[in-house]
Design a protein around this ligand. Structure first.
Ligand SMILES: Cc1cc2nc3c(=O)[nH]c(=O)nc-3n(C[C@H](O)[C@H](O)[C@H](O)COP(=O)(O)OP(=O)(O)OC[C@H]3O[C@@H](n4cnc5c(N)ncnc54)[C@H](O)[C@@H]3O)c2cc1C
Length: 549
């Protein structure tokens, strides 16, 4: 069984650490590893049986699947900030495999479109379908580059002391162009009135969980830019992420414990000083406490109400909502990816070009008219897969869903939810498998194993609010919440991970960096230096490529 981290035992833990991190998502592991690199003893406490948060993998029926890593952009460029940070926190041990140049395949109402890696290739391919929209496509790609060049400044407040940082966040509306505070649809309709083109350009909305009229354009632009030079997958599967970071945390005497749920952050005189474990009330203390459990679960559940309420934190949480939830089929097939002709490309299936309308219809009707189905072929993306799982392949099929579909089983125990739950899951599974067979018919005969996760499974394994997959939802309103900051109003208590910046492995990783920078204060230069040193020489050939893509 592929598990990372060490099962928690009181005897194995210290009584006091420099820092305790609650939750081992990539943001938490990043913060822990960077602090360890500055010499700190850090303890990561993860409630799940394995570390990594959404980057963990699970095994069943002789197969292995990742749960929240289908592709990551930019890491194929060793000079990119994301790659440098990964190289620092893994001591360069994590390797990446590029997907096909054709990284996303979009099918809308039967028409097919390809997202090709490289700005020029991307534009040319979309222009092939919309030659009369050439200027709008150029402007769109320029705009997403423009946004991403301003992103470091947009989030700069997160590394400042809380009072200055939240003031900076408040002033952002004056400091940044209006499109930073508009929805994706508003901005795209400013570029073109061609609804089919808008449907194609926003076909990655599943990557942030909101259709164009609801999603902040800034989020859309970050995601589009993140992938426009291509997608990558961790060699050896996403388990390698935690596997390669944990030794760095342990090198300075730190620990990454699993089965280590935290019930409460201990606070005295508005200063955090430790945590109480969920299982037995055991207390561990630390100079600083960091939560990677998500902003809403942290403020709603981990902080004592007597602390959160007087500070107004519970009122603040009313301004933001948890993001979408999903169902996912984890399927295993007989035969290797080559024999089964599986692509290193993600499939995005949509019923129509107007994603807002299809989402609305889905929300209004009780049926399974999914507004989006996403298919990933992880075994094809991983060059190390065949060594570990010869003659087998895997597929994941993701679709949005609603927590209320599963309300009647809420509170029941995982794997013991009863026959009606299993029957409902089976109904959804067949809809999703049929969508797969439409595009990869050869897989029908090769199916060997499948199981469906629901928002209840996600909630069970993540300890989050309603099985949300992207932390806080990425509306314009979310990016106007100036109070969202890694340094909380409680002394020595910090937030890391996706809610500090944005969802996505890259977003949560940068949340980890900014949280660490804030924790270290003036000593943050050490982290900056490590990241700068991770890649110093940019050969002219790669510099050339960089300007091309
Ligand atoms: C289906 C799906 C597909 C995705 N695909 C991609 C993709 O292809 N590319 C990409 O970049 N991103 C993708 N993402 C998003 C990405 O995985 C996440 O945004 C990112 O990993 C979140 O990291 P995080 O640091 O915020 O913490 P999380 O991964 O959310 O981890 C939080 C951790 O805290 C733990 N925890 C919670 N409460 C407690 C407690 N009280 N005590 C102890 N531990 C606790 C949880 O168990 C969990 O391990 C996907 C996500 C999902 C769900």
């Amino acid at each position: 069984m592929k598990r990372t981290g060490t099962r928690f035992r009181v005897q194995k833990a210290l009584t006091h650490y420099d820092t305790i991190v609650i939750g081992s998502g990539i943001g938490g592991l990043c913060t822990a590893a960077l602090l360890a690199k500055t010499g700190q003893k850090v303890c990561v406490l993860e409630q799940h049986y394995t570390a990594g948060g959404y980057t963990h993998v699970y095994e069943r029926g002789g197969y292995e699947w990742d749960v929240g890593v289908h592709y990551i952009g930019e890491v194929h460029k060793p000079w990119s900030v994301i790659r440098r940070v990964f190289d620092v926190i893994t001591d360069g041990q994590l390797e990446w495999a590029e997907m096909d140049q054709h990284y996303d395949h979009i099918v809308i109402g039967g028409k097919e479109f390809r997202y090709l890696a490289g700005r020029d290739a991307f534009k040319e391919e979309i222009k092939r379908h919309f030659p009369e929209e050439s200027a709008a496509i150029d402007r769109y790609v320029d705009l997403i580059s423009e946004v991403s060049s301003k992103i470091p400044r947009f989030f700069a407040g997160q590394a400042l002391p809380r009072s200055l940082g939240t003031l900076y966040n408040k002033l952002r509306r004056r400091l940044f162009p209006a499109y930073f505070f508009q929805s994706t649809r508003e901005v795209l309709e400013g570029l073109t009135q061609n609804q089919e083109l808008i449907g194609v350009l926003t076909a990655q909305w599943g990557d942030y969980g909101l259709p164009p009229a609801q999603a902040a354009f800034v989020m859309h632009a970050m995601v589009a830019k993140h992938y426009i030079t291509g997608g990558n997958y961790p060699v050896g599967g996403s388990v390698r992420i935690a596997e390669t970071i944990i030794p760095v945390i342990e090198a300075t005497g730190g620990h990454v414990f699993t089965y280590a749920g935290v019930e409460q952050v201990l606070v005295k005189d508005n200063t955090a000083y430790g945590v109480k474990m969920a299982k037995d009330g055991h207390v561990i203390t630390a100079d600083k406490i960091v939560s990677c459990a998500g902003l809403l679960p942290t403020y709603d559940k981990l902080l004592p109400k007597t602390v959160a309420a007087p500070l107004g934190l519970l009122k603040q949480t009313e301004q933001v909502k948890p993001s979408a939830s999903h169902v996912c089929i984890y399927a295993g097939f007989n035969g290797d990816s080559k024999t089964l002709k599986l692509p290193k490309t993600n499939y995005w299936l949509y019923p129509e070009f107007n994603h807002d309308l299809s989402v609305k219809r889905f929300m209004d009707s009780p049926g399974m008219d999914f507004p989006m189905i996403y298919i990933s072929f992880p075994s094809a993306k991983d060059p190390d897969w065949n060594r570990r799982y010869p003659d087998k392949s895997t597929v994941e099929i993701v679709a949005p869903s609603f927590p209320h579909w599963f309300e009647q089983w809420k509170g029941s125990t995982w794997n013991k939810r009863g026959e009606d739950y299993e029957a409902f899951k089976e109904k959804i599974s067949q809809v999703l498998l049929e969508a797969l067979y439409q595009h990869q018919p050869q897989l029908r005969e090769a199916l060997d194993f499948y199981e469906l996760s629901t928002p209840l499974s996600t909630e069970w394994f993540q300890w989050n609010q309603v099985g949300e997959i992207y932390g806080l939802e990425h509306t314009v309103k979310r990016f106007e919440q100036h109070w969202i900051h890694p340094q909380t109003e409680i002394k020595n208590f910090y937030l890391t991970g996706s809610d500090v910046v944005t969802a996505g492995v890259g977003g949560a990783l940068m949340g980890g960096v900014l949280c660490t920078a804030r924790m270290l204060g003036w000593k943050a230069y050490k982290v900056k230096q490590m990241i700068a040193d991770a890649y110093q020489t940019e050969p002219s050939s790669t510099a050339q490529t960089a300007s091309n893509v």
